[in-house]
Ligand binder design. Structure first.
Ligand code: GLN
Ligand code: ZN
Length: 757
């Protein structure tokens, strides 16, 4: 008999209960007992839901109050020294202090760093290791949750982040020591945990080693072998999982590991790769078939899955097969059931976490009982899919034709940068021109009025008049402090992707499609379901309005194609490349529209370009090629006199500098202030040819930078870059800041620039 399993279930609750509970707890509106009582209800309901769906292997310890990597830090006593003061306190205080920082009287502790979980939009807390790091089992969450579920009558398969991934995901306090040297001290604690789980009756444990989806070097591979040899003794049976890319490159290693089952992410495994895997899959290991995509929102193509599973069945015995989600369902919204207002046609094509559970169990039952072969569920699935494929809502022949018409002329400007630079002198900008990244403070008032407008409590006219007043204020302020290139302030935008998604054809928005971003923070990505086009201008009104208020140059502001793609749920029925280029073509129309309407400078933001990089290096080139082409499609057809800017944030550009050059933006503004302009070293070594605005201060904190520190940074930049190619700007948009600090900071920024001239 084939069994079924799920690797993890969303933690946030069907109405984001986790968020509300955490926030009330932090505001001291509820106490710890109440918090735990309510949290237990979320967990219980998740377990029962999975049980009722018929899943055989249900996870525990997939839940977390904040983050599962932080949970491991506490479990293993990996607590940075600065938190020692809090160790005697309540463990929850310590836990949240590590996650969010701690300020109380004289104690002021910085939160631990947070970063993206592989190529998802989930963020984890980065463990900090010191050379003399010791490990000790000091938090029993994994055991407690196993027992908690057992109490409800559900025997779970606990999930634990494996030791090699745990070390890999952390950072060392100093560059000199190799964190993997800590492995010999770490493994005994893992062994202790596994033994306890076994003693308490756990039959299986799911050990996640997601770094197996990366390129691993030989020494790390060796460590895998010895580690799992040691872990497998006196442990529940081990299902080893990795996800987010094909395991084939590491398959030879996996086969050798001392574990009882291997999970294969079939969503990211090509058919021919699967053939190779099946050719010699170890007879003694269980095959966990991760066939239901845990990261998207689309109904599974069940007939296709059945084909794939048949192929697996031909090589592997039924009692060695488990049908499963490809990865944890953490990255998928909870349930479609609440989406009452969603277009019914589109809704019929979707599956969120709860619907995915049903798909898993259906596939299992399909193979275990003959009569399901004619099931209505299967028939309806193929009807939905057929409807989707042929739907007028999705297919726009004009867009498809246009994609085919993309030619090399559309991918480059008329002239090289140095010629354009001369032509752009008509902009009459001084040396060290000043500008900002786009947004000005989104105050409470701005958000309140937008909400009122959305709820139809105020008219469009009232809302627009309010936005006009805000825009005017921002322009007046920028004129007053003499900023050279002015922005309108983006007051009309809720979010830099959502704003465009709402205006483009091919996008749809759910009401409850939330996924966890980090801790209590959730995002609701737009869904790209169809061919994308622009029916009317999206930003011209506000840019033109702003330009009409001032003699200075106003910069038009757009979000780039790659960023819109990255921060949305993307359709699975065509390559990402095509979807991205469709967005690019729609943006091209907007760019030309802005140009026609007198905007001489246009900025196309691509903060997500770097994070779109595939996990495996050999796939980087392909991605970078189409990502760069997409940017160029959107930006290259303007006159040479029109100046194209782009903006990127989140450091670590070193390995994609040549791609940044290929974008051929006239000006790039980039985050550098936190790293003390270290990034510029690479730009110098690289001899970046176009203009750069290295961020001169960090907008992520309310702190007002001194003129002196900005001056030092710019002096440094002068050493590295041609003087006539340096711009002066903050390192990102100002929407999260308050007006008082923005006013002070920008005022001294412009005076520093003037001083340098
Ligand atoms: N133009 C955007 C803003 O200023 C850019 C934001 C970003 O880079 N994340 O808000
Ligand atoms: Zn930014």
């Amino acid at each position: 008999m084939i069994l079924s399993s799920n690797l993890g279930y969303p933690r946030i609750g069907s109405n984001r209960e986790l968020k509300w509970l955490l926030e009330s707890f932090w505001k001291k509106e509820i106490n710890e007992d109440y918090l735990f009582k309510k949290i237990s209800e979320i967990k219980k309901s998740n377990w029962i839901k999975q049980k009722k769906s018929g899943i055989n292997y249900i996870p525990s310890n997939d839940f977390s109050l904040y983050d599962h990597v932080l949970d491991m830090c506490l479990t293993l006593n990996v607590i940075p020294d600065r938190f020692n003061k809090l160790k005697k306190k309540n463990i929850l205080d310590l836990y949240f202090a590590m996650a969010r920082g701690y300020q109380n009287g004289k104690i002021d502790l910085k939160a631990m760093e947070m970063t993206k979980w592989f190529d998802t939009n989930y963020h984890y807390i980065v463990p900090e290791f010191k050379p003399n790091q010791n490990f000790k089992l000091s938090f029993y969450k994994i055991i407690d949750e196993f027992l908690e579920a057992k109490n409800f009558g559900i025997k779970t398969r606990p999930v634990i982040l494996g030791p090699l991934s745990f070390l890999h995901l952390g950072k060392s306090a100093s560059k000199k020591f190799n964190k993997f040297n800590l492995l010999s001290k770490l493994v005994p604690v893992y062994k202790q945990i596994l033994k306890l789980l076994k003693d308490f009756g756990a039959e299986w444990v799911q050990i996640d080693e997601p770094i197996l989806s990366l390129d691993l070097d030989g020494s790390l591979k060796k460590k895998f072998i010895s580690t799992y040899k040691s872990l497998s003794k006196n442990s529940p049976k081990i299902l080893l999982t990795s996800y987010f890319s094909s395991i084939l490159p590491n398959y030879n290693l996996l086969k050798k590991l001392n574990v009882d089952g291997l999970h294969i992410d079939l969503v990211n495994t090509l058919n021919k790769d699967l053939d190779k895997i099946l050719l010699n899959f170890p007879k003694n290991k269980l095959f966990s078939a991760g066939i239901i995509n845990g990261r998207n929102i689309w109904k599974n193509d069940l007939s296709r899955s059945i084909e794939i599973l048949r192929k697996i069945k031909r090589r592997i015995k039924d009692d060695k097969i488990i049908i499963s989600s490809s990865c944890s369902l953490l990255h998928s919204p909870v349930s479609l059931d609440n989406e009452r207002d969603l277009n019914a046609n589109v809704k019929d094509w979707l599956a969120f976490a709860d619907q995915k559970l049903i798909e898993i169990v259906f596939l299992q039952k399909y193979f275990n009982s003959n009569f399901l072969i004619k099931s209505n569920y299967l028939i309806n699935n193929s009807i939905s899919l057929k409807k989707r494929k042929n739907s007028k809502l999705i297919n726009d022949q004009k867009v498809k034709k246009r994609i085919k018409s993309i030619n090399s002329k559309m991918l480059s400007r008329n002239n090289k940068y140095f010629l354009r630079k001369m032509l752009q002198e008509e902009l009459n900008l001084p040396l060290f021109p000043t500008t900002t990244i786009g947004s000005f403070p989104q105050t409470k008032e701005v958000r309140k009025l937008r909400l009122k407008y959305k709820k139809k409590e105020i008219t469009k006219k009232t809302y627009e008049n309010f936005l006009k007043r805000e825009t005017k204020k921002a322009i007046k302020f920028q004129e007053k402090i003499d900023i050279d290139v002015i922005v309108h302030g983006e007051f009309e935008r809720n979010d830099m992707v959502e704003y465009f998604g709402e205006k483009l054809k091919g996008f749809i928005f759910t009401k409850f499609g939330w996924v966890q971003s980090y801790g209590s923070r959730c995002v609701k990505p737009p869904i790209i379901f169809g061919d994308i086009s622009r029916s009317k201008s999206m930003t011209v009104f506000w840019s033109k309005f702003a330009q009409s208020l001032t003699k200075k140059i106003v910069k038009g502001m757009l979000t780039g194609p790659v960023t819109i793609l990255q921060w949305s749920f993307v359709r699975d029925d065509q390559p990402r490349e095509i979807t991205c280029k469709q967005i690019a073509l729609a943006l091209l129309d907007e760019v030309l529209d802005l140009e026609k309407n007198g905007l001489q400078i246009i900025q196309i933001d691509e903060p997500a370009l770097r994070e779109g990089l595939p996990l495996r290096k050999r796939e980087w080139n392909n991605y970078l090629n189409w990502a760069i082409d997409s940017f160029k499609i959107a930006s290259s057809s303007v006159k040479d006199e029109t100046q194209i800017h782009t903006h990127m944030c989140y450091c670590e550009f070193d390995d994609i500098l040549d791609s940044i050059e290929k974008l051929d933006a006239d000006v790039i503004s980039i985050e550098t202030s936190r790293s003390n302009m270290e990034l510029l070293d690479s730009f110098k070594a690289y001899k970046y040819p176009n203009s750069i605005g290295p961020g001169v201060y960090d907008i992520h904190s309310p702190r007002v930078p001194t003129a002196k520190e900005m001056k030092i940074l710019l002096e440094k930049a002068k050493k590295y870059l041609d003087v006539d190619k340096i711009w002066v700007n903050p390192d990102c948009g100002l929407k999260t800041r308050g007006w008082p600090e923005v006013k002070k900071s920008l005022k001294s920024m412009t005076s520093v620039a003037k001083g340098l001239r």
